[in-house]
Design a protein around this ligand. Structure first.
Ligand code: BGC
Length: 464
């Protein structure tokens, strides 16, 4: 009898240790000994494209969209949606100053400028396209081309026109048609000047921040709806891809999506709950979209919701490249609380950036390995650091580029690297507090000054 109970009790323990051991082996947290690494030894292939990236709402100024409306509001506890109640306002005034800014881009020595077009300016009312706005972007492209810099356009970078937001944006599959029509219009007008196109920036960030954490518009906390929005964003990508590729000039263009990867690691590698939560988050926000492009199957599944699933084998071909954004990793600690069953917490010895995550260059290396499984060329479409004091920027640049170079040495098919970002800007819910810019912006007079730490990027580019 005692023997039987002994085995019954032992069985779950056996299962639990199996679960821990498998996770340990399958998902190692890569850590390099930086004391033994010479991060100045870099190797980038001939033709590697260096770039710098921005997004319209963060730099242009005077946008009237879902974000400008969100900036006006408060959470239920009375705290403003944006840090210190800031508003994007004229932002870095890039709309007016783009010509000077392009000279600044040129001074960096980069080959590429990735920027987004602001849908709310181009189509301020449903079906009404602004000649003036599209002409503006034509001028931006012309100015870039005459400076010898290739424009790379992002069609959707977090912002929606108000009319689209009010129709339910990407919550409804039938709304995708508005985005495809807009994309087709922009492509028709700009395809003669632009070769590379990013359809949607970071579907998982749009979804998790807007529909799971509720800190981006529309500020909902609804995992079920998050799954639907994520599915619709991926569908929107595929539809735009197919539509633009079928354009008479489509074949000449390269079209991809921009996928962010933030590896989720457990706080305590011997705690099964930390593992369970970090694996669930990782599947939903990192792996789900990758699997979709690899297998054509999409699955969004979290405890307490009905799975969102769909299958579309045609998607496997719907990428000419994959854009990868990576900044760091997240460390997940499970907790017994009804409101929130986990929190992000880092170790004391992790060196933090001004954003709530550490310098962890191995994250970009791990992320490259993961997106490589799609089998398409990779472009690092964003990577950079918020560092107001400009003390850790050089280290960040050196070490992350070392990690990229190491991945290339090991066979990763990486075609380019675009630094985030050109100049200080409106960092979404963080307002103007985060200083990601290679150029510092004095928002009182819009003066731009190259940061000392940014010279590391210029030096590296000049060598390859
Ligand atoms: C976004 C950018 C943002 C950057 C830094 C990315 O998730 O695409 O718009 O500014 O991260 O937080």
């Amino acid at each position: 009898m005692i023997k039987k109970w002994f085995y019954i009790l032992l069985f779950p323990l056996f299962l639990l240790s199996g679960y821990l051991i498998i996770n340990h082996i399958k998902y190692p947290e890569v850590r390099w000994n930086w004391d033994q690494i010479d991060e100045t030894v870099l190797d980038f292939p001939k033709g590697f494209q260096w770039g710098v990236a921005t997004s319209a709402h963060q730099v242009e100024g005077n946008s009237i969209n879902n974000w400008s409306r969100w900036e006006e509001g408060n959470f239920q506890d009375g705290l403003p949606h944006i840090h210190e109640g800031e508003k994007s306002g004229i932002a870095s005034d890039h709309w007016k100053r783009f010509k000077e800014d392009i000279l600044l881009i040129k001074e960096l020595g980069v080959d590429v400028y990735r920027f987004s077009v602001e849908w709310s300016k181009i189509e301020p009312e449903e079906g009404l396209f602004s000649k003036k706005a599209i002409q503006h972007y034509q001028e931006v492209c012309d100015a870039l081309l005459s400076a010898g810099i290739k424009p790379v356009i992002t069609l959707h970078h977090f912002t929606n026109p108000l009319w689209f937001e009010d129709l339910g944006a990407f919550e409804k599959e039938e709304n995708i048609k508005y985005f495809t029509r807009f994309s087709e219009f922009v492509f028709e007008e700009l395809n003669a000047k632009v070769e590379k196109w990013c359809t949607i920036n970071e579907p998982a960030v749009y979804t998790s921040q807007g529909y799971f954490n509720g800190v981006f518009p529309p500020g909902k906390k609804d995992p079920q709806l998050a799954g639907v929005v994520m599915k619709n964003l991926l569908l929107a990508h595929t539809r735009v891809y197919n539509l633009l590729k079928s354009h008479r000039n489509g074949k000449k263009h390269q079209i991809g999506i921009v996928k962010n990867i933030f590896p989720f690691d457990p706080f305590n590698r011997w705690n099964p709950l930390d593992w369970f939560v970090s694996r669930t988050l990782d599947e939903v926000f990192n792996q789900g979209a990758l699997d979709y492009f690899i297998t054509g199957n999409f699955e969004f599944n979290m405890p307490g919701m009905n799975k969102v699933v769909f299958n579309d084998p045609s998607v496997i071909k719907s990428l000419d490249f994959i854009g990868l954004n990576n900044y760091s990793h997240q460390r997940v600690k499970s907790q017994f609380s009804l409101n929130n069953f986990f929190r992000f917490q880092f170790y004391d010895d992790e060196e933090m950036t001004d954003m709530p995550y550490p310098i962890y260059p191995e994250a970009i290396y791990r992320s490259i390995k993961r997106v490589s499984a799609i089998g398409k060329p990779i472009i690092i479409t964003e990577n950079g650091v918020a560092d107001k004091s400009d003390t850790i920027r050089p280290k960040y640049i050196d070490r992350y580029l070392f990690a990229v170079s190491k991945a290339i040495d090991e066979g990763a098919n990486i075609k380019g690297y675009y630094y985030w970002t050109l100049m200080d800007n409106f960092e979404w819910s963080e307002g103007y507090a985060m200083k990601f810019g290679l150029y510092e912006v004095d928002f009182k007079n819009q003066k731009r000054t190259l940061r000392e730490g940014s010279k590391h990027y210029i030096d590296i580019i000049s060598k390859f």
